[in-house]
Write a protein that binds this ligand. Structure first.
Ligand code: SF4
Ligand code: SF4
Length: 382
């Protein structure tokens, strides 16, 4: 295995990312214990922080790409160390300094995003094909809501069901909404987490310019990753918008009586908290309120839920990298859902849907469990 050689520049990059927080680390190891990787392999964030403090690193190159940015360690660190920022800076330093390369699959994805604006390598003009038969208008100035679908539902036929259900619900609630014309690009959230800051800035600036040109004020998103970047990262670049995750928006529509359920879903359902909705943005209640409002549905919790939810394995750019069998968190998540007798695992993130769909397929448990987006369940019950 390739070994990363010493570098001092990491301290400068971390400083540029927003401070000297890593100097606070007193090596207690809480982060290593909190990290989901400890379930499946040796990956000690504590040691990586130590190496970064010393301005050097001689760990395995593969370790640099393992962090799924799930925030479990940051939430528990007693010293407030911004561990994800350090991981991001480590990645940025080794790639920008040419000390080591990113994994092949990641490099290919970054190339796709850079040249075509999406991770799947599809043409930009096909970005809105998923909505062709749904009679959705193109967003123009004065439209109340911009619906931003995320690249994965836009291009991946298996995940499109989340975006299509969302559109049907918005129509039923008579919301004045539109989608963009395909000139928008990936939100860039994962690009930033893999350390390609320049590309992130370019993607964000392009989207902000398009939103501003169309006088967008309110954005509803399917992906917690889009939510996180639009809400917490775009303002740094001058893009200030009212951002709603679809689960929050749905909870409001139901509260206001704009959606009326007519069908029961008599199933035992468990909800998988996505890291970027829960731990990163404190949204735990809205998706549960939506599910609990569906007639007949019984909501059960897995042992790892809310702040302790188990990452699907897709954050931090891991969605684009190969994870060995036996090391996939989503496989464990399927087992956890089955342990509580769930017939449906409800999700609220395209990355989670993609990973959990794959794990369900390889587990051979499709007879016992289904993976459904919250929007799909709501649409079914309307
Ligand atoms: S939990 Fe915080 S203080 Fe403890 S080792 Fe990890 S980064 Fe350092
Ligand atoms: S963010 Fe998650 S995956 Fe990354 S080091 Fe922290 S606990 Fe581990």
């Amino acid at each position: 295995m390739e070994s990363v050689t010493p570098f001092k520049e990491v301290a400068d990059i971390i400083k540029e990312e927003g401070g000297d927080a890593f100097k606070l680390c007193y090596q207690c190891g809480t982060c290593t214990a909190a990290c989901p990787w400890h379930m499946v392999r040796n990956f000690p964030p504590r040691r990586m922080i130590h190496q970064a403090q010393l301005g050097l690193s001689d760990f395995e190159a593969e370790d640099m790409w393992l962090c799924v940015t799930c925030n479990a360690c940051v939430q528990r660190c007693p010293r407030g160390v911004e561990i994800i920022d350090i991981m991001r800076a480590l990645r940025r330093s080794i790639t920008s300094l040419g000390v080591a390369q990113a994994p092949d699959a990641l490099r290919m994805t970054i190339k796709n995003i850079s040249s075509l604006g999406n991770p799947l390598g599809e043409p930009a003009e096909k970005r809105v094909d998923w909505a062709k038969d749904l009679d959705v208008k193109t967003y123009t100035e004065g439209t109340e809501v911009l619906y931003f679908s995320c690249c994965i539902p836009a291009y991946d036929a298996k995940i499109q069901r989340a975006a299509r259900a969302t559109v049907k619900i918005l129509k039923q609630a008579e919301i004045d909404f539109g989608i963009l014309d395909g000139t928008e690009n990936c939100c860039g959230e994962s690009v930033r987490k893999v350390g390609d800051e320049n590309l992130f800035q370019r993607l964000a600036q392009n989207n902000i310019a398009i939103f501003n040109k169309n006088r967008v004020t309110k954005i509803v998103v399917t992906s917690p990753h889009c939510y996180h970047s639009f809400k917490n990262e775009y303002p740094e670049l001058g893009g200030k918008f009212e951002v709603w995750h679809f689960s929050q928006y749905l909870a409001e529509l139901i509260k206001e009586g704009r959606l009326k359920f007519t069908q029961e879903i008599n199933k035992r359902v468990t909800y998988h908290d996505p890291c970027y909705l829960g731990r990163h943005n404190d949204i735990y209640q809205a998706p549960r309120q939506v599910l609990e409002s569906i007639p007949g549905l019984e909501l059960v919790e897995m042992a790892y839920c809310r702040e302790n939810s188990l990452c699907c394995g897709g954050g931090g750019g891991r969605i684009w990298m190969e994870t060995k069998k036996g090391e996939r968190f989503s496989d464990t998540r399927i087992e956890q859902a089955l342990e509580v007798g769930a017939e449906i695992m409800a999700v609220a993130c395209p990355y989670c849907m993609s990973n959990l769909d794959d794990s369900l397929l390889t587990s051979g448990k499709e007879e016992s469990l289904e993976i459904r987006d919250i929007a799909e369940l709501v649409q079914q019950a309307l």
